[in-house]
Write a protein that binds this ligand. Structure first.
Ligand SMILES: Cc1cc2nc3c(=O)[nH]c(=O)nc-3n(C[C@H](O)[C@H](O)[C@H](O)COP(=O)(O)O)c2cc1C
Length: 270
Protein backbone atom coordinates (compact mmCIF):
# COMPACT_ATOMS: atom_id res chain seq x y z
CA UNK A 1 0.00 0.00 0.00
CA UNK A 2 1.27 3.43 -0.88
CA UNK A 3 1.58 5.84 1.97
CA UNK A 4 -0.29 8.90 0.66
CA UNK A 5 1.62 11.52 2.58
CA UNK A 6 1.83 15.13 1.42
CA UNK A 7 5.26 14.48 -0.03
CA UNK A 8 3.90 11.63 -2.13
CA UNK A 9 1.07 13.84 -3.44
CA UNK A 10 3.68 16.05 -5.09
CA UNK A 11 5.08 13.19 -7.13
CA UNK A 12 3.92 10.72 -9.74
CA UNK A 13 4.08 7.17 -8.53
CA UNK A 14 2.32 5.07 -11.14
CA UNK A 15 5.22 3.13 -12.64
CA UNK A 16 3.57 2.63 -16.03
CA UNK A 17 2.61 6.28 -16.22
CA UNK A 18 6.20 7.25 -15.52
CA UNK A 19 7.62 4.81 -18.07
CA UNK A 20 5.11 5.64 -20.78
CA UNK A 21 5.44 9.42 -20.43
CA UNK A 22 9.19 9.66 -19.99
CA UNK A 23 11.05 11.46 -22.71
CA UNK A 24 14.53 12.93 -22.88
CA UNK A 25 14.48 16.57 -21.83
CA UNK A 26 16.77 19.06 -23.52
CA UNK A 27 15.69 22.38 -22.02
CA UNK A 28 15.81 22.87 -18.27
CA UNK A 29 15.03 25.55 -15.72
CA UNK A 30 17.92 27.16 -13.89
CA UNK A 31 16.84 25.59 -10.61
CA UNK A 32 19.05 23.58 -8.30
CA UNK A 33 18.23 19.96 -7.50
CA UNK A 34 18.46 19.62 -3.68
CA UNK A 35 20.86 17.07 -2.17
CA UNK A 36 18.08 15.06 -0.51
CA UNK A 37 16.38 14.63 -3.88
CA UNK A 38 19.67 13.52 -5.44
CA UNK A 39 20.16 11.01 -2.65
CA UNK A 40 16.66 9.61 -3.16
CA UNK A 41 17.28 9.19 -6.87
CA UNK A 42 20.66 7.55 -6.38
CA UNK A 43 19.30 5.19 -3.74
CA UNK A 44 16.72 4.08 -6.30
CA UNK A 45 19.61 3.61 -8.74
CA UNK A 46 21.59 1.25 -6.57
CA UNK A 47 18.50 -0.86 -5.85
CA UNK A 48 18.75 -2.18 -9.43
CA UNK A 49 19.64 -5.85 -9.91
CA UNK A 50 23.38 -6.36 -10.23
CA UNK A 51 25.71 -9.00 -11.56
CA UNK A 52 28.94 -7.90 -9.83
CA UNK A 53 27.95 -4.51 -8.41
CA UNK A 54 30.62 -2.86 -10.48
CA UNK A 55 28.84 0.43 -11.02
CA UNK A 56 29.79 3.73 -9.40
CA UNK A 57 28.42 7.17 -10.05
CA UNK A 58 30.01 10.56 -9.62
CA UNK A 59 27.72 13.58 -9.64
CA UNK A 60 28.53 17.26 -9.59
CA UNK A 61 26.89 20.65 -9.40
CA UNK A 62 30.26 22.36 -9.14
CA UNK A 63 30.48 25.32 -11.54
CA UNK A 64 34.25 25.00 -11.96
CA UNK A 65 33.99 21.32 -12.87
CA UNK A 66 31.18 22.09 -15.33
CA UNK A 67 33.42 24.71 -16.91
CA UNK A 68 36.25 22.19 -17.17
CA UNK A 69 33.95 19.60 -18.73
CA UNK A 70 32.82 22.11 -21.35
CA UNK A 71 36.41 23.11 -22.07
CA UNK A 72 37.16 19.43 -22.72
CA UNK A 73 34.19 18.95 -25.06
CA UNK A 74 31.57 17.53 -22.69
CA UNK A 75 28.46 19.69 -22.53
CA UNK A 76 26.12 19.14 -19.58
CA UNK A 77 22.85 20.97 -20.21
CA UNK A 78 21.87 21.09 -16.54
CA UNK A 79 23.50 22.23 -13.32
CA UNK A 80 23.45 18.62 -12.09
CA UNK A 81 25.59 16.18 -14.07
CA UNK A 82 26.19 12.51 -13.32
CA UNK A 83 28.63 10.04 -14.82
CA UNK A 84 28.10 6.31 -14.42
CA UNK A 85 31.21 4.17 -14.33
CA UNK A 86 32.13 0.53 -14.61
CA UNK A 87 34.12 0.37 -11.40
CA UNK A 88 36.55 -2.47 -10.99
CA UNK A 89 38.89 -0.40 -8.84
CA UNK A 90 36.70 -1.04 -5.77
CA UNK A 91 36.30 -4.74 -6.62
CA UNK A 92 40.06 -5.22 -6.98
CA UNK A 93 40.43 -3.89 -3.45
CA UNK A 94 37.74 -6.22 -2.10
CA UNK A 95 39.38 -9.21 -3.78
CA UNK A 96 42.73 -8.15 -2.28
CA UNK A 97 41.17 -7.86 1.18
CA UNK A 98 40.13 -11.50 0.72
CA UNK A 99 43.76 -12.34 -0.16
CA UNK A 100 43.04 -13.29 -3.74
CA UNK A 101 44.74 -12.11 -6.86
CA UNK A 102 42.63 -10.63 -9.63
CA UNK A 103 42.31 -13.05 -12.56
CA UNK A 104 39.48 -12.29 -14.93
CA UNK A 105 38.80 -11.65 -18.60
CA UNK A 106 38.74 -7.84 -18.86
CA UNK A 107 36.60 -8.00 -22.01
CA UNK A 108 33.93 -9.99 -20.18
CA UNK A 109 34.30 -7.71 -17.20
CA UNK A 110 33.45 -4.73 -19.37
CA UNK A 111 30.29 -6.41 -20.67
CA UNK A 112 29.25 -7.25 -17.13
CA UNK A 113 29.95 -3.68 -16.18
CA UNK A 114 27.76 -2.34 -18.98
CA UNK A 115 24.99 -4.66 -17.77
CA UNK A 116 25.29 -3.43 -14.17
CA UNK A 117 25.58 0.23 -15.12
CA UNK A 118 22.64 0.17 -17.56
CA UNK A 119 20.26 -1.09 -14.91
CA UNK A 120 21.36 1.52 -12.37
CA UNK A 121 21.03 4.31 -14.93
CA UNK A 122 17.49 3.35 -15.92
CA UNK A 123 16.41 3.26 -12.28
CA UNK A 124 17.92 6.72 -11.80
CA UNK A 125 16.21 8.08 -14.91
CA UNK A 126 12.80 6.76 -13.82
CA UNK A 127 13.24 7.85 -10.20
CA UNK A 128 14.16 11.36 -11.36
CA UNK A 129 11.06 11.44 -13.54
CA UNK A 130 8.88 10.26 -10.66
CA UNK A 131 10.08 13.24 -8.63
CA UNK A 132 9.17 15.73 -11.36
CA UNK A 133 12.65 16.01 -12.82
CA UNK A 134 13.76 15.33 -16.38
CA UNK A 135 16.96 14.00 -17.84
CA UNK A 136 18.99 13.35 -20.93
CA UNK A 137 21.84 10.90 -21.33
CA UNK A 138 25.16 11.87 -22.89
CA UNK A 139 26.53 8.88 -24.75
CA UNK A 140 29.95 10.26 -25.66
CA UNK A 141 31.35 9.54 -22.18
CA UNK A 142 33.39 6.40 -23.09
CA UNK A 143 35.32 8.29 -25.74
CA UNK A 144 35.95 11.11 -23.27
CA UNK A 145 37.24 8.76 -20.56
CA UNK A 146 40.61 10.55 -20.23
CA UNK A 147 38.98 13.94 -19.75
CA UNK A 148 36.30 12.62 -17.38
CA UNK A 149 38.95 10.82 -15.31
CA UNK A 150 40.89 14.05 -15.00
CA UNK A 151 37.90 16.19 -13.96
CA UNK A 152 36.57 13.67 -11.44
CA UNK A 153 39.89 12.23 -10.26
CA UNK A 154 38.94 8.72 -11.34
CA UNK A 155 41.49 5.88 -11.03
CA UNK A 156 42.26 3.30 -13.73
CA UNK A 157 40.18 0.11 -13.98
CA UNK A 158 37.21 2.46 -13.81
CA UNK A 159 35.47 3.44 -17.01
CA UNK A 160 32.67 5.93 -17.83
CA UNK A 161 29.72 4.38 -19.63
CA UNK A 162 27.36 7.30 -19.90
CA UNK A 163 26.73 10.83 -18.64
CA UNK A 164 23.34 12.02 -17.39
CA UNK A 165 22.04 15.58 -17.15
CA UNK A 166 19.24 15.93 -14.61
CA UNK A 167 17.14 18.99 -13.91
CA UNK A 168 13.70 20.53 -13.81
CA UNK A 169 12.16 20.51 -17.31
CA UNK A 170 11.40 23.89 -18.84
CA UNK A 171 7.60 23.81 -19.34
CA UNK A 172 7.93 26.27 -22.24
CA UNK A 173 9.81 23.64 -24.25
CA UNK A 174 7.39 20.75 -24.44
CA UNK A 175 8.91 17.53 -25.74
CA UNK A 176 6.61 14.80 -27.05
CA UNK A 177 7.11 11.11 -26.26
CA UNK A 178 9.20 9.65 -29.07
CA UNK A 179 7.99 6.68 -31.13
CA UNK A 180 9.52 3.20 -31.05
CA UNK A 181 9.69 0.28 -33.46
CA UNK A 182 6.38 -1.65 -33.29
CA UNK A 183 6.48 -4.28 -30.56
CA UNK A 184 5.70 -7.05 -33.08
CA UNK A 185 8.97 -6.18 -34.85
CA UNK A 186 11.12 -5.91 -31.75
CA UNK A 187 9.83 -8.54 -29.32
CA UNK A 188 9.46 -12.11 -30.50
CA UNK A 189 7.84 -15.12 -28.91
CA UNK A 190 9.82 -18.35 -28.85
CA UNK A 191 12.19 -17.53 -31.68
CA UNK A 192 13.89 -14.62 -33.34
CA UNK A 193 12.11 -13.23 -36.37
CA UNK A 194 14.28 -12.04 -39.20
CA UNK A 195 12.21 -9.16 -40.58
CA UNK A 196 11.16 -9.07 -44.23
CA UNK A 197 11.68 -6.00 -46.41
CA UNK A 198 8.03 -5.11 -45.87
CA UNK A 199 8.39 -5.37 -42.08
CA UNK A 200 11.57 -3.29 -42.12
CA UNK A 201 9.60 -0.64 -43.99
CA UNK A 202 6.90 -0.77 -41.29
CA UNK A 203 9.60 -0.20 -38.64
CA UNK A 204 10.97 2.74 -40.60
CA UNK A 205 7.50 4.22 -41.14
CA UNK A 206 6.64 4.03 -37.43
CA UNK A 207 9.79 5.91 -36.50
CA UNK A 208 9.98 8.36 -39.39
CA UNK A 209 6.36 9.46 -39.38
CA UNK A 210 6.52 9.94 -35.62
CA UNK A 211 9.68 12.05 -35.69
CA UNK A 212 8.57 14.13 -38.69
CA UNK A 213 5.13 14.79 -37.18
CA UNK A 214 6.79 15.99 -33.98
CA UNK A 215 9.19 18.19 -35.98
CA UNK A 216 11.91 16.63 -33.81
CA UNK A 217 14.96 17.51 -35.88
CA UNK A 218 13.57 20.90 -36.93
CA UNK A 219 13.07 21.87 -33.27
CA UNK A 220 16.59 20.77 -32.43
CA UNK A 221 18.11 22.12 -35.60
CA UNK A 222 19.98 18.83 -35.73
CA UNK A 223 20.88 17.44 -39.12
CA UNK A 224 24.03 15.49 -39.93
CA UNK A 225 25.55 16.97 -43.10
CA UNK A 226 26.36 14.57 -45.94
CA UNK A 227 30.08 14.02 -46.47
CA UNK A 228 29.68 14.08 -50.24
CA UNK A 229 27.00 14.89 -52.77
CA UNK A 230 24.08 17.27 -52.60
CA UNK A 231 21.76 16.85 -49.63
CA UNK A 232 18.35 16.55 -51.23
CA UNK A 233 16.52 15.79 -47.99
CA UNK A 234 15.04 18.96 -46.49
CA UNK A 235 14.36 19.29 -42.76
CA UNK A 236 10.67 18.48 -43.41
CA UNK A 237 11.65 15.00 -44.68
CA UNK A 238 14.68 14.47 -42.44
CA UNK A 239 13.70 11.49 -40.32
CA UNK A 240 15.05 9.22 -37.62
CA UNK A 241 16.11 6.42 -39.99
CA UNK A 242 17.87 9.00 -42.20
CA UNK A 243 19.62 10.46 -39.14
CA UNK A 244 20.71 7.11 -37.71
CA UNK A 245 21.84 5.89 -41.15
CA UNK A 246 24.01 8.98 -41.60
CA UNK A 247 25.40 8.48 -38.10
CA UNK A 248 26.30 4.84 -38.68
CA UNK A 249 27.76 5.23 -42.17
CA UNK A 250 30.01 8.23 -41.66
CA UNK A 251 32.60 6.42 -39.56
CA UNK A 252 33.51 7.13 -35.98
CA UNK A 253 33.35 10.77 -34.91
CA UNK A 254 36.37 10.22 -32.72
CA UNK A 255 40.07 10.29 -33.54
CA UNK A 256 40.89 6.92 -32.04
CA UNK A 257 39.27 3.59 -31.27
CA UNK A 258 37.40 2.81 -28.08
CA UNK A 259 39.85 -0.07 -27.53
CA UNK A 260 42.73 2.40 -27.26
CA UNK A 261 40.85 4.47 -24.70
CA UNK A 262 40.04 1.35 -22.68
CA UNK A 263 43.66 0.20 -22.75
CA UNK A 264 44.77 3.54 -21.31
CA UNK A 265 42.49 2.84 -18.33
CA UNK A 266 44.45 -0.40 -17.74
CA UNK A 267 41.94 -2.82 -19.22
CA UNK A 268 43.77 -5.77 -20.74
CA UNK A 269 42.03 -6.48 -24.04
CA UNK A 270 44.63 -8.51 -25.96
C1 LIG B 1 23.19 5.44 -24.12
C2 LIG B 1 22.47 6.68 -24.60
C3 LIG B 1 23.20 7.78 -25.00
C4 LIG B 1 22.57 8.95 -25.41
N1 LIG B 1 23.31 10.04 -25.75
C5 LIG B 1 22.69 11.20 -26.07
C6 LIG B 1 23.45 12.37 -26.34
O1 LIG B 1 24.68 12.35 -26.32
N2 LIG B 1 22.79 13.52 -26.62
C7 LIG B 1 21.41 13.57 -26.64
O2 LIG B 1 20.87 14.64 -26.89
N3 LIG B 1 20.66 12.48 -26.37
C8 LIG B 1 21.27 11.30 -26.10
N4 LIG B 1 20.53 10.19 -25.78
C9 LIG B 1 19.06 10.29 -25.75
C10 LIG B 1 18.44 9.63 -26.95
O3 LIG B 1 18.59 10.44 -28.09
C11 LIG B 1 16.97 9.37 -26.66
O4 LIG B 1 16.85 8.55 -25.50
C12 LIG B 1 16.26 8.71 -27.83
O5 LIG B 1 16.23 9.59 -28.92
C13 LIG B 1 14.84 8.31 -27.48
O6 LIG B 1 14.15 9.45 -27.03
P1 LIG B 1 13.48 9.53 -25.59
O7 LIG B 1 14.54 9.34 -24.55
O8 LIG B 1 12.89 10.91 -25.53
O9 LIG B 1 12.44 8.46 -25.54
C14 LIG B 1 21.14 9.00 -25.42
C15 LIG B 1 20.42 7.88 -25.04
C16 LIG B 1 21.07 6.73 -24.63
C17 LIG B 1 20.25 5.53 -24.19
Amino acid sequence: MLNMTKERDETKYDLFEIINNRRSIRKFLDKEVPEDVIEKILLAGIKAPFAYQICSVVYTKDKEKMKNLRRMGIYPTTNLFMVFFIDFNRMEKIVKERNYEYNFDDGLLLWLGVQDVSLVVENVVLAADALGLGSVLLGGAPMMADQISEVFNVPSKTFPVVGLCIGYPDPDHFMAVRPRFPLKHSAFKDEYKDLSKEEIKECMKAMDEGYITQGYYIKQNAKIPLQKGEDKIGFDKYSWTEHISRKITQGSWYKESLLNVLRRQRFDLE
